[in-house]
Design a protein around this ligand. Structure first.
Ligand code: CA
Length: 367
């Protein structure tokens, strides 16, 4: 039977068949669009950290041709900075950005995905996430909270901090009042220091008034912006406590999985692009900021003595082992991290380190 005859017999006119086709077509072409919110732990306009979130939202908008628009809210604008984990977990908002060590109180294992004293640097963290089982473990750790995590990029090695007293031996930490959060703070406490947790906006005043003797923050770019050089004499390096701090993005599981597959892929691809952008910003802009601190503000740059670093490392090993013993998941994540660190560290001594030793002769601050 020919098609026309069939249609006639079935009582369907050709015009009706064409109309049906015309009606069906736009339904296929017009894809659903989404409006999301992202909440962060960062102050508004904080370079790289907050501006990176805004950049990511813009890229997802562009790549999805406007089908997924994310409105970004800095810490406190919609949700208090430390409330974002719960807000995204509950599905009040679809996604968030912070650093995993903020959530140590919810799950100890989270800390390994941001910074471990004397742990992996930025390159090592990226290798663990994307080449090892770091990201898989992170997903496992966040799964009970209905969250899907993604690496948000690294700050690179941070600076050791701003001090008004010289650190010549490990004993100089005794009685030292320092603003230093996370595992690094636990190490300082073990060394006899007093850890003072101060909100970002109050650090400068506390340092200037002697409420604290020392503080760490991020690196030259962000430290210059905070004006710490006006309140402290010595700028110590390296940031042994945050050797490659990773930032994070996380998504409410239901919101993420209810997206069409292509939008999920766009999110993942844009986040990974942003991860690279983030470290590039820190690496390129920290160098210029350090030059400004030295030449314009005459900051005294001092390297921690080797004996101090070795003593801190011993204390850090104890702190990390203690955290790892807190629960089964923390033990599992630490085991993976330490195993990976050993393998990549061995390779690093004959690749990155051997190369840096050579170029350091030319770029040394003393040279
Ligand atoms: Ca820091």
């Amino acid at each position: 039977m020919k098609r026309r005859e069939f249609l006639k017999k079935a009582g369907v006119g050709a015009a009706a068949a064409v109309a049906a086709t015309t009606v069906a077509a736009p339904a296929v072409l017009a894809k659903k669009s989404y409006r999301w919110k992202m909440v962060t732990t960062w102050p508004p306009k904080l370079p790289v950290l907050q501006t990176g979130c805004v950049r990511l939202a813009k890229r997802i908008d562009e790549l999805s041709d406007g089908r997924l628009k994310i409105q970004v809210f800095a810490g406190g604008e919609l949700v208090p900075p430390m409330g974002i984990f719960d807000a995204v977990s509950a599905g009040t908002v679809e996604c968030g950005s912070g650093a995993a060590y903020y959530w140590a109180g919810k799950t100890a294992a989270a800390q390994w995905f941001s910074a471990v004293p004397f742990g992996l640097n930025a390159q090592g963290m990226a290798a663990w996430f994307h080449g090892g089982d770091g990201l898989k473990l992170w997903e496992e750790v966040y799964a009970p909270f209905n969250l899907i995590p993604r690496p948000g990029g690294s700050t690179g090695v941070q600076m050791g901090g701003w001090f008004n007293k010289k650190i010549n031996s490990i004993d100089d930490y005794k009685g030292l009042k320092m603003r230093i959060p996370g595992l690094g703070g636990k190490v300082i406490a073990k060394a006899g220091g007093t850890v003072v947790l101060t909100p970002g906006g109050e650090i400068f005043t506390n340092l200037e008034r002697g409420v604290i003797d020392a503080t760490e923050w991020v690196g030259p770019l962000h430290d210059l912006r905070m004006g710490f050089y006006q309140a402290a004499k010595y700028y110590y390096y390296p940031g042994w406590h945050e050797p490659g701090t990773y930032l994070e993005y996380f998504f409410n599981k239901k919101a993420y999985t209810s997206l069409p597959k292509d939008l999920q892929h766009i999110i993942d691809a844009a986040v990974m692009e942003n991860e690279l952008w983030c470290l590039a910003q820190f690496d390129s802009r920290n160098g210029a900021a350090l030059q400004e601190l030295i030449t314009k503000h005459h900051v005294q740059l001092i390297k921690f003595p080797d004996a101090v670093l070795n003593a801190l490392r011993k204390l850090a090993d104890e702190v990390v082992a203690g955290e790892a013993a807190k629960d089964a998941m923390a033990t599992k994540v630490n085991n993976s991290f330490q195993k990976f660190k050993k393998v990549i560290g061995t390779w690093g001594t004959v690749s990155e380190r051997a190369y840096y030793d050579i170029i350091a002769q030319k770029y040394s601050l003393k040279g």
